[in-house]
Write a protein that binds this ligand. Structure first.
Ligand code: GDP
Length: 140
């Protein structure tokens, strides 16, 4: 698999606990390069659009509340097989099920407040990156 990009979010539980640098260290140690990064406050509209696929899920309201509850860091990560690699480094959605050494095992507080987002496919990565970054924002 060639060099690839994925979209990442360090969620409000990470900014609140001041552990964005610690999470970035795990990302970089895994061989992923942070080629764009911006700290923002997500609007309700942005969060609802971003998580639109989960609109019918019972936790949708809670998820939008959480994602707008504090600053987040949006990122573009680049590397060999970046989409799958970052999913592996993140660990399972529920930290109780996440493997040792993963970000969620080390840092996540619950299934909802689970520290990081990572795209689940290369196609979704393109869509998600385009929601927050232009080509000019990315320095690879
Ligand atoms: P991911 O791809 O591993 O992030 O997981 P999903 O796509 O299934 O879910 C998206 C996000 O919704 C997760 O990362 C959680 O922040 C949140 N989420 C998923 N399941 C639950 C749940 O049962 N309760 C709550 N409150 N949030 C959830």
């Amino acid at each position: 698999m060639a060099n690839e990009r994925t979209f990442s979010i360090l969620k409000p539980d990470a900014t609140r606990r001041n552990i964005t640098g610690a999470v970035n260290a795990v990302i970089e140690a895994a061989g992923l390069r942070i080629v764009a990064q911006r700290r923002i406050r997500m609007t309700r509209e942005q969060a609802e659009k971003f998580y639109e696929v989960h609109k019918e899920r019972p936790f949708f309201g809670e998820l939008v509340e959480f994602m707008t509850s504090g600053p987040v860091v949006v990122q573009v990560l680049e590397g060999e097989n970046a989409v799958a690699k970052y999913r592996e480094v993140m660990g399972a959605t529920n930290p109780a099920q996440a493997a040792d050494g993963t970000i969620r095992k080390q840092f996540a507080e619950s299934v909802g407040e689970n520290t990081v987002h990572g795209s689940d496919s290369a196609d979704n990565a393109k869509i998600e990156i385009a929601q927050f970054f232009t080509d000019a924002d990315i320095a690879a």
